[in-house]
Every structure is written in structure tokens, then in C-alpha cells.
Design a protein. Sequence first.
Length: 136
Amino acid sequence: MSGSGRVLGKRILLVDDDAGAREAIKLLLVIDRHTVVEAKNGHEALEIFNQGVLDLVIIDYFMPQMEGSELAANIKLTAPWLPILMVSAYVEKLVDSGTQVDAILGKPFGIEELRQAIARLLKREPLPKHVSYPDR
């Protein structure tokens, strides 16, 4: 953690089928010295998840083969303590969906919104207004 309250240097699994979106989010994460492991779909993400220790998982909702909510449910079965941040342009649809994630961040978002969501999830603090909790 830096003096500004930012979380630095965590190991994050980033899952998005859109290579451009993955690259953009990865660039934001690398600024804060996070180690980013990328997956382009849910099956690849589960293989990576099963291989090592992670501090956080960031998942896009709409992906082919396995939607983000299904991936999140699979991860939570094995590691219910692992924080999962879902990113989506469809926040309103997801908030009441019962998806098993710890927070939802609406696309598009900036670096400060991403930093706040990560810091609060990893420190288990309340999230700001622009980040939504799904109903459980």
C-alpha cells in the first residue's frame, strides 16, 4: 500500500475476451505495479486460477463459452474469500442478478475508479457510489 491509500503490487487475474479491453485494463493495473495474469475466456481463467495464488480476479461479464457470472461462481466454490470485481457496461442488469461477485464496476471507468474498487475490495471497505454491490 502506498501513502495515498492505493494498493500496490498485487497478483491479479484479468479475464476478458476482448484483447483491446484486456490491454487497456492491464496498462492501468501495471501503473500500480500489479502482476497481471491474463485470460481470454472462462476456461483459460479456471486453468490459471487452479495453478497459483491470486489476490484479486477482475472479470468481464459478457464472454463467449462461459459468462463472467458462471466463472465467478466456479471460483467462489473453491475460494470464497477471493475478491472478484466484475466489469461491465451493463451494471443495472447485474446488480440484481445474484451473481457471485464482490463488486461491479461499470464500463467505461478511469484509473481512479479502478484503484478505489481494488483498494476497497482488498481492504474490505465499503465501495464508492460508482461501484455497485450485487444483491446476494
